[in-house]
Structures are given as C-alpha cells and as structure tokens.
Design a protein around this ligand. Sequence first.
Ligand SMILES: Cc1cc2nc3c(=O)[nH]c(=O)nc-3n(C[C@H](O)[C@H](O)[C@H](O)COP(=O)(O)OP(=O)(O)OC[C@H]3O[C@@H](n4cnc5c(N)ncnc54)[C@H](O)[C@@H]3O)c2cc1C
Length: 429
Amino acid sequence: MFEQARDYPDSYYAASSREAQQRRPALEGEREVDVAIVGAGFTGLYTALNLAEAGHSVAIVESSRVGWGASGRNGGQIILGFSCDMPPFEAALGLDGAREVWRLVREAAAEIRRRIAEQAIDCDLAGGHLWTSVLPRRVQLLTDWQEEAARKWGYDALRFIGRDELRGHIESDRYQAALLDPEGGHLHPLKYVLGLAHAAESLGVRIYEDSKAVRYVERPDGVTVETAQGRLHAHKLVLACNAYVDRLAPALQARVLPVGTYIIATEPLSAERARALLPSNRAVTDNQFILDYFRLSADRRLLFGGKCTYTGRTPRNLAEGMRRDMLKVFPQLADLRIAHCWGGHIDITLPRTPDFGRAGPVYWAQGFSGHGIVPTCVAGRVLAEAIRGDETHLALFTALRNPPFPGGETVGALLQVLGMSWYRLRDYF
Ligand SMILES: Cc1cc2nc3c(=O)[nH]c(=O)nc-3n(C[C@H](O)[C@H](O)[C@H](O)COP(=O)(O)OP(=O)(O)OC[C@H]3O[C@@H](n4cnc5c(N)ncnc54)[C@H](O)[C@@H]3O)c2cc1C
C-alpha cells in the first residue's frame, strides 16, 4: 500500500513551478455532480476538460496535490504511441481498428499542442523527439518502425538520422542512429498539468486536494465517493489513479504493477555548453530494454532519466547511480553537480497494453506502462466520449486483454525482476 505524501516530491519541477505553491481546499460535506473523478493527473484532468467542454458538471478528488503522481514528475517527453507499440492493437482489432488507434494518438499529440496554445499554458514546450539505438543490431528496429509507420499507419513524418549526422543532435559517441519524430517533443510536466487544472477550473470543474477517496458505493442512480471529510454523489465515476489505485479498486490494482523510475537534474549549463550538448534541443530516448531518456530544461539543465525498480524501495546511492548512467552518455559532464534527484511510479500491465474500461457506472484508464503524456490524452477523450454515450473508441481498448499479475503484487514483482534481468543482459550481448 502506498503512503502518499501531502506535498510534491523535491523535484526540479516543484522547485521551478510557482503555481505549485497554491493549495486547493479539501472536499468537505456533500456535493452532487454529473461525473466524479478520482485522481488529478493527466488522465483525470483530460477527462474532466472534455466533459466540462460538453456541458457536464465535474468534480475531482485528489489524495495529495494536482499532478502529485506521475503527471507532475515525469521525463516530460512527448512520444507518439503506446508503450506496447502497435502489434497488440493490430492483433486484437485488425488493421482498420489499429489505424483508428494510431489516428487517436496523433490527434492527442495535436490536442496537447492546441491546449497549450489556446490556454497559453507556460510549460516550456519544445518540438521533436529522437528515438536512438545504442546497439548496431537494433538500428533495424528504427528502420522497421519508420517503414511500418508509413506503410501501415500512414505516418511518413519520421526521418532516419545516421551516426555522423546524429552528432549534430547529441554530443555523444553512444548512439548508432536515430529516428526523428517532429510531432513528439518535450515540456515541463508539472507546469503543464497545473495549466490543465486551471483550464478545467475555468470551465467550472471543482478540484479538491488532500481528499483521498477511501471507498465508493454504487447506488441505483449512480455512485457515491467517500473521502475522510466529504462525499461526492455522481451519475458516473472515473478512476484515474495510475499506480496508486491500491485498495480503492482491488480488481484494477491486480492488473497493474507499480514500478519505480528515476530522474536527475544537473545544475544549469552555460548557453554555449547546452547548445553543444543537444544542439537541436530534442527529447531523446534510446531503444534499450532498460532505457535512458534525457533532454534540456528551459533553464539549460540536463534532465536524465532511467533505471527501474520493482521493490517499492528507492535504490541506495540513487543520485550517484544515475550520475554514472548519465556519464556513460556524456562523460564530458563529470564536473557538473546534480541539483535534484527524484523518482515516481509507472503502472505496468503484464502485456504492457493500456487498461481502459467500464463496469456499470464506473470507468477507468490505467496501465500506461511508462508512456503516458500522449496516451493519457487519448484516455481522456475515450472516457469522456463513453460517458456521453459513445463507446466506439472505448471498444478499441476493451478488446485488449490485461490479465491480473499471477500471484499478486509480490510474485508479480519477482517475475518482472527476473524477466527484466534477462532483458538487461540482452542490452549488453
Ligand atoms: C519518473 C517518471 C518518468 C516518466 N517519464 C515519462 C515521459 O517522459 N513521457 C511519457 O509519456 N510518460 C512518462 N511517464 C509516464 C507518465 O508520467 C504517466 O503515464 C502519466 O502521467 C499517468 O497519468 P495519470 O493521470 O494516469 O496518473 P498520475 O499522474 O499518477 O495521477 C494519478 C493521481 O491519482 C491520485 N490518486 C490515486 N489514488 C487516489 C485516491 N484513492 N483518492 C484520490 N486521489 C488518488 C494520485 O495522488 C495521483 O495524483 C513517466 C513516469 C514517471 C513516474
């Protein structure tokens, strides 16, 4: 069970976001709305925004703070697609169904850019994502995806970048090649999620912080959500709890395993040094099983993420371990101080496919398995459409099967450790 802190982790994001100082009140007493949402991360907020735009009354209860979970502490990398890539969708839905999923993905990436522009959300948005290969034999994964994206999904924007040209994007010898996706990019996730919250509030959505949903009860005409000091009565309920769903919904919890992943932020680099390090200012992810991801912040820090843990415990000497990983990519940064180090939990499913669904008046979206910025935007649209009576897109996701982890969280974690150890070896040999 998770102990949720009352405030944001000590991340670069919390330190660089003025809005994070403003606390919202807790839910007290009884309230009635059309739709109640548990969790004020991207999933909950996108769902709320779409519903409020369609004229529904919505309230969100959040255990801690807006964006306290993964949404306010992630790598900020805007990456098109789901963590499982397209094969599970094609297997479950055929080509036409999978094409519709890819269309939703691209529309979500466009929706993010639109919302930032329309709401003037100041969140350091920058364009372009580079998917790199460390191992020569995995360069083919890049070319295969470029070919498949164009042929099957009608996406021909990806550009292959060979080793020599790549030095013009990343000042490192580690990478063999990359694919540049111009529709990806990066942003400051805490500023962005707080911007979404303001946009939702401007449409009348009520957001209650410090309001953990301890249980919900279904009634003939809807659902009641209970917190320590209040109750929300609604026709429909959305669970947008990510890895923290815990005892609120044991059946959902059984299908996701919380996995820790970590980020460091260096002290700011000089303008000249930052330009030399990542001249095109793209977000970068590699195609190792245990992947590294990095980018520059607006104030020219290197934000470097990676590692994963299954035990719920923070690794010992975390900042030093992360620094060593960073120096494998950029040995020239050995003189830089690490200013911040933090982590968070992603919600992986056994097949890494997203887990969206409905049971009676209760809807959910979880299982983003590490890629969430674009997929949560898809989820918000799909859930809002379903709540409004159109389940066409929800059916694309309920066709996927996410079994519970065998033996629950403990055995599931052990199996994942074994599995990932095998994959980690394959990152070397
Ligand atoms: C360190 C890290 C780096 C990542 N990097 C990237 C990246 O670069 N790119 C990318 O695409 N994705 C990344 N991800 C994944 C992405 O951040 C998530 O998939 C996404 O933010 C999930 O959004 P969410 O709204 O579903 O969950 P969350 O943002 O975790 O929100 C869930 C919220 O629900 C609340 N909650 C839970 N239970 C209750 C309850 N009972 N009552 C009230 N509130 C409750 C929690 O407090 C939390 O705020 C990363 C994740 C982590 C942890």
